[in-house]
Design a protein around this ligand. Structure first.
Ligand code: UDP
Ligand code: MG
Length: 140
């Protein structure tokens, strides 16, 4: 295992319900360190670029509307095996399938409004971090 960084978003359904601290507590309790974090309100075009890998999927337009509907918290999480560890803390995409104790099991409202995003591989983590943060903003 190596020290890794992954990219995370606390989504609009969670910021609306004032869950930023509760979700961050789960990351920190599991040993991930928040090494960069900011609250932003994306335009639909910015959300569309971020999710462009999904542009052919039927839920793409609704997803981009949702992600630009309210502020989000974008963050970089660091730790041993951070990418896989964060996916475990998040739980399955659909909260109905998410393991007990995961963020999505506890907080997600639906498969679309599912409280958190987390990178799925080292390449996407690097790309996603670079989309939102400059090097000087990453403070390990
Ligand atoms: N999504 C959706 N409907 C679906 C599948 C996904 O609205 O049937 C949304 C959901 O917000 C999800 C995001 O699209 O988090 C990206 O999908 P992905 O398959 O990458 O899931 P994730 O990596 O977030 O678990
Ligand atoms: Mg994904």
């Amino acid at each position: 295992m190596a020290l890794e960084r992954t990219f995370s978003i606390i989504k609009p359904d969670a910021t609306r319900r004032n869950l930023t601290g509760a979700i961050n507590a789960k990351f920190e309790e599991a040993g991930l360190r928040i090494v960069a974090q900011k609250r932003i309100h994306m335009t639909k075009a910015q959300a569309g670029k971020f999710y462009e890998v999904h542009q052919e999927r039927p839920f793409y337009d609704e997803l981009c509307e949702f992600m630009s509907s309210a502020p989000v918290v974008v963050q970089v999480l660091e730790g041993e095996d951070a990418i896989a560890k964060n996916r475990e803390i998040m739980g399955a995409t659909n909260p109905a399938d998410a393991a007990p104790g995961t963020v999505r099991a506890e907080f997600a409202e639906s498969v679309g409004e599912n409280s958190v995003h987390g990178s799925d591989a080292p390449e996407t983590a690097a790309q996603e971090i670079a989309y939102f943060f400059s090097g000087i903003e990453l403070v390990g």
